[in-house]
Design a protein around this ligand. Structure first.
Ligand code: ZN
Length: 503
């Protein structure tokens, strides 16, 4: 078979995989929005069957050595740029899938749903001991997974590679160390030497209808395409892509806290813009998939924080906000409002953290995960270790496990996800600094409500490429630098020193 025929055959198989994956995505969306409670058990069966089918179809990519022959052609440099990227990325995913025995994959999935139930029970009882036996099994299976996948330095690398392909703990450690060394004293400085900020002025009653309208205005101004997307309500906000022309986001509403739904909407719309910016004619191939979890998160955080918490954004949107909510905002001037929405407050809960303290929550989790996988600490020691680190990083005492080590659901399905959140923040700052260079009047566009300029630039520079380049290569092409914590540190110091009146 000729090379073009092999490529055509591969793309057909990838399209079939994409149809299956979109089916799973729509079932997932339905489960979180509409599915009645009683449907859960049958639905789990359906999804587990379809997931098994996906695993099988990934393995089938190499039937008659189809993928091996294409990979040989890639190594002999016989493929053009785009096809080379497709084969490189498909080979990466296939090689990982092939290393995991099918009974291991299904056993892990079963253990995961058992762990989910144990975790909920432990949270309700505020007692880690209910979750401990399950988490011990998850740890053993995760270590086994790392052994199946293989690694050079740390078992963590093997797991982390599914979220940030090609990145290792050797690159991650220095980024996180620099970040921690900056953040811990900086937060103390803001708290003890800065002019205090009182976020209580934001308390009020915010009718749901008005919130809906305001959120919609902002999402549309960002360029979220409602012909190719939807906004719904769910307990935990999320974004999901069925295909590049059907990208859905959700938010949640709290009538006493306007920012819960607004920041979730901006965050999830940021994710959605990435998906809507992928090339739909490449649907099914890695060229229509996001680069990495960290890069995805960079798009949501860039909009949520660098734009949505900036002064230029509120120069334009504050009068609009006052129209929707004359009470309390007619009595609060913009400068006070801007300070209040940016108040820094060390807290116990990651998802409620401000942009300054947030990364410390991630570093804490990463350090624990890595020590667990490397066998340096035991699962039984986690609550004590967690509480010790919270004291050290935030100066806070953890009153119970639910507000501490049990707060996140992530460990019920294994380890390696958390760093992507912090990388997202670092990438966001690095990309935003490049955007400011490339679009010299960016701030004045934003302060006149013209957000599309930024979306267009992001689409050109990041979104349209999909997985054509590895994240670190793309960052280098867009920003001229390797991934670094410098831009985040600069952004945070400059913004918060000004806000807190520090020299
Ligand atoms: Zn996100």
């Amino acid at each position: 078979m000729s090379l073009p025929d092999l490529l055509t055959q591969l793309k057909q198989k990838l399209a079939e995989l994409a149809y299956l994956r979109s089916t799973i995505a729509i079932l997932d969306w339905d489960e979180q929005i509409y599915m009645p409670k009683k449907g859960a058990i049958s639905r789990a069966g359906t999804v587990s069957y379809l997931s098994g089918l996906v695993h099988q179809k990934v393995l089938d990519l190499d039937t008659d050595q189809l993928l091996t022959r294409l990979h040989d052609a890639l190594q002999a440099e016989k493929l053009d740029d785009l096809d080379a990227a497709i084969v490189r990325e498909v080979w990466h995913d296939y090689s990982r899938a092939k290393k995991l025995p099918l009974d291991f994959v299904t056993e892990f999935a079963r253990l995961s749903s058992e762990a989910h139930m144990a975790w909920e029970e432990a949270r309700a009882n505020e007692d880690f001991k209910n979750f401990q036996p399950c988490l011990e099994k998850i740890l053993v299976m995760s270590q086994q997974e790392a052994n199946y996948l293989g690694y050079t330095h740390s078992p963590y690398d093997a797991l982390f590679d599914s979220y940030e392909p090609g990145m290792t703990t050797q690159e991650l450690d220095p980024l996180f160390n620099e970040l921690r060394q900056f953040l811990v004293p900086f937060i103390q400085q803001l708290q003890h030497k800065g002019q205090p900020i009182d976020p209580k002025i934001l308390e009020g009653h915010y009718p749901l209808d008005e919130q809906l309208q305001f959120n919609l205005k902002v999402a549309q101004a960002m360029g979220f395409d409602l012909e190719g997307g939807r906004i719904d309500t769910s307990t935990h906000p999320f974004s999901i892509h069925i295909n590049p022309d059907d990208v859905r986001i959700t938010t949640r509403y709290n009538e006493s806290n306007l920012f819960e739904s607004l920041s979730a909407t901006i965050h999830e719309a940021g994710h959605a813009l990435y998906e809507q910016g992928l090339q739909s004619d490449q649907f099914g191939t890695p060229l229509a998939e996001a680069g990495s979890y960290g890069l995805h998160e960079s798009q949501s955080r860039l909009w949520e924080n660098m734009v949505g918490l900036s002064r230029p954004f509120w120069d334009y949107y504050y009068p609009e906000l006052q129209k929707h909510f004359p009470k309390p905002f007619n009595d609060i001037d913009l400068a006070d409002f801007y300070r209040a929405i940016n108040a820094v407050q060390p807290s116990l809960i990651r998802v409620e953290a401000d942009e300054v303290t947030y990364n410390l929550h991630i570093i804490l989790r990463y350090e624990i995960e890595k020590d667990l996988l490397e066998g340096q600490v035991k699962v039984a020691d986690l609550p004590a270790l967690w509480n010790e680190k919270v004291k050290e990083y935030f100066g806070l005492t953890v009153p119970n496990d639910t507000l501490g080590v049990l707060q996140d659901i992530h460990w019920t399905s294994g380890f390696g996800y958390f760093p992507s959140y912090a990388l997202g923040n670092l990438y966001a700052a690095q990309i935003y600094a490049a955007a400011e260079q490339a679009i010299p009047d960016l701030a004045s566009h934003i302060s006149t409500g013209q957000l599309l300029v930024l979306r267009e630039w992001l689409r050109q520079q990041i979104h349209q490429h999909g997985r054509r380049h590895r994240t670190s290569d793309l960052l280098k092409a867009v920003t001229g630098e390797d991934p670094s914590s410098r831009h985040f540190v600069d952004y945070i110091s400059k913004k918060y020193k000004a806000l807190y009146g520090l020299a």
